[in-house]
Design a protein around this ligand. Sequence first.
Ligand SMILES: Cc1cc2nc3c(=O)[nH]c(=O)nc-3n(C[C@H](O)[C@H](O)[C@H](O)COP(=O)(O)O)c2cc1C
Length: 213
Amino acid sequence: MSHNHPIIADLNWRYATKKFNPELKISAENIEIIKESLRLTPSSFGLQPLKFLFIETPELREKLKEKAFHQTQIIDASHLIVLCVNKKIDYNYVDQHIENTATTRGHEVSSLLGFSNHVKNFIDNRDAEIISTWNSNQAYIALGQLLHTCANLRIDATPMEGFDPDAFDEILDLRKDNLQSVLVCPIGYRAEDDKYGQLKKVRKSLEDLFETR
Ligand SMILES: Cc1cc2nc3c(=O)[nH]c(=O)nc-3n(C[C@H](O)[C@H](O)[C@H](O)COP(=O)(O)O)c2cc1C
């Protein structure tokens, strides 16, 4: 039965963890896998307008918790990831991506001119707000990939929108680097007494969710 597939087992195992065991830390090896998974996240045109901040400093974590409705996962989880986007996607940014593509694949930059113009044209035709939403959407793809990677490693995670992004940007001094926080994801190991870990998953039925036309 498809429900016995390891992917489905991963997805049933995970839940949005409310309480972490602060004593349990993720191994360096697993952190490497998680970073590589985030690096491999697909993005529109491959631009990866993303930066993933791992926040280790306890004082910073304490300050961030204050601006995240005091959610204790921010300080108790083994690792805290803040998913950020680049605010400035300009010609220079696109040129860097083109150069990376050329170097990686052994092409001449000139052979990628059509693609480069296409991306620049896409950017030119959209105002800053649309570009900002577009960038944020890329962060959500990374979050989805992160959640499944963690579940496969049997590492708990909490996807979080419940925080004040402006305050996070201030505390982490992100503006000087043209970065903006979009999502937060504490990762680690669940506390045994986190009652949310025992709850049945609430999901729509297949009939409600799918339709064939
Ligand atoms: C984008 C996003 C933001 C979320 N923000 C929070 C949050 O700030 N705090 C929290 O405890 N849970 C948060 N959640 C968890 C959801 O409430 C949870 O994923 C949903 O109820 C489904 O339950 P499950 O993930 O345990 O299966 C968020 C989930 C997503 C996908």
